[in-house]
Design a protein around this ligand. Structure first.
Ligand SMILES: Cc1cc2nc3c(=O)[nH]c(=O)nc-3n(C[C@H](O)[C@H](O)[C@H](O)COP(=O)(O)O)c2cc1C
Length: 403
């Protein structure tokens, strides 16, 4: 089981209490990030598909979901540790895979991996991360998950080599992301001037110069690169060639035959991320995946998808205990984690919450966000009158309708 030292401070540490005064919630972190980051950096992490209606829908549906407490049993804060794929986790929340987070805060991958390892929760490394699989494994040896996009050329040579690297590095789980079949345009990225390859426009330079802490971090860490992919690009490829290489090689979403081939390549826990339809969940289970991740990519791919919390009950029913059900999109605090668990999710991930924490607090942001989650999950459990995470499912009973 997790030890005290690997757990987040769970609301007791002096440093946490001090940070709590200025940043008492994820929404406060977002506001601080908006004030502290150059506009292009904030928009590149915060913006969704279209005019952000998918993001709003995720949040609105979560906010509308209420839970029914029971009183008379609980007298102290309950623990919130759990077990996933046979591994103890100090909390039921992990850091979702995010590509190029170094645009939002230089060094983001390194900082998030370190915070996840200290806290004893999963850190998912994106295919398009700023650090390599090997470096992430050094920073988070017990907590690294590796996320894959599809590289179909040469019979998936790059993809299967990355799987081998993930295995050699000791990654605990492999995620295949299903919900990026085509590329999408995010208007806030367009208007901010974010392009691939990343380069500074004169407007971005002007914005950055007004935020000295960002410039200092940028000078320390350099231009974000696709670190794990560098070894596959032509030798000496500069940033432009690297971007063209990534565009050419990484395309489409995995078909079911390919999922089966990845299943053969990877003996550890395999997660299919971005599942929203019960029939897809059924196919995933039939192919022997260990978990589906109910996700709409945090509203970043298309804004007309259902809120994930609305889809969750049907997907839990379709899976029917044959695999784990993971959840993300719209999670903004411990209450949202508890909401998803109460509808049958086994584990929850957040993305933007951790990016905002970086924008607000830099190096110490993700640790603070994890402390906030720990504190809120435990106090929400106590408030609802449950002593264990598994009892949360009872909190949706006694109501005329769920969600
Ligand atoms: C800036 C950013 C980059 C992302 N990049 C990836 C990625 O490379 N691979 C992936 O599977 N999901 C990616 N996602 C989606 C997240 O893994 C996750 O599904 C989403 O952020 C959850 O929603 P939330 O941000 O509301 O918590 C990204 C999300 C953000 C915000």
């Amino acid at each position: 089981m997790p030890t005290e030292s690997m757990s987040p401070s769970l609301g007791t540490g002096a440093i946490y209490r001090q940070r709590l005064r200025r940043h008492p919630s994820v929404q406060h972190l977002r506001a601080a990030a908006q004030a502290r980051l150059p506009g292009f950096a904030f928009d590149s992490g915060d913006g969704g598909a279209g005019v952000d209606r998918g993001i709003v829908r995720n949040n609105t549906a979560l906010d509308a979901m209420t839970l029914v407490p029971r009183y008379g049993e609980v007298t102290e804060l309950p623990p919130a540790d759990t077990v996933l794929f046979g591994q103890a986790q100090s909390l039921p929340i992990g850091i979702a895979p995010m590509g190029s987070p170094g645009v939002i805060w230089p060094g983001a991958d390194r900082i998030m991996a370190t915070a996840a390892q200290r806290a004893g929760v999963p850190f998912c490394l994106s295919t398009v991360s700023g650090i390599t699989i090997e470096e992430a494994a050094r920073l988070a040896p017990e907590n690294l998950w590796v996320q894959m996009y599809r590289f179909p050329n040469n019979d998936h040579a790059i993809g299967f080599d990355m799987v081998a690297r993930a295995r050699a590095a000791g990654a605990r789980a492999l995620i295949l992301t299903m919900d990026v079949p085509v590329r999408t345009t995010r208007p806030r990225e367009v208007t901010a001037g974010i392009a691939s390859p990343f380069h500074f426009t004169p407007r971005m330079v002007a914005q950055a110069l007004r935020h000295p802490s960002y410039v200092r971090a940028f000078l320390r860490e350099g231009i974000p690169r696709f670190a794990s992919l560098m070894q596959y690009a032509p030798p000496g490829a500069g940033i432009n060639e690297m971007a063209r290489f990534a565009q050419r090689e990484f395309t489409g979403t995995f078909n079911w035959t390919e999922v089966a081939r990845y299943r053969d390549q990877w003996a550890g826990p395999l997660v299919l991320k971005g599942i929203l339809h019960p029939a897809d969940a059924e196919k995933a289970v039939a192919l022997g995946v260990d978990a589906i991740q109910v996700s709409n990519h945090g509203g970043r791919q298309i804004e007309g998808l259902p809120a994930t919390i609305e889809q969750l009950p049907d997907l839990v029913a379709a899976v029917n205990g044959r695999a784990r059900v993971l959840f993300d999109s719209g999670v903004r605090g411990g209450l949202d984690v508890v909401r998803a668990l109460s509808l049958g999710a086994d584990f929850v991930f957040a993305g933007k919450a951790f990016l905002w924490s970086l924008g607000a607090l830099g190096e110490s942001g993700p640790a603070h966000a994890l402390d906030l989650f720990a504190d809120e999950i435990r106090s929400t459990m106590g408030q609802l009158g449950v002593t264990r995470l598994e009892q949360l499912r009872d909190c949706t009973k006694g109501r005329s309708q769920s969600v």
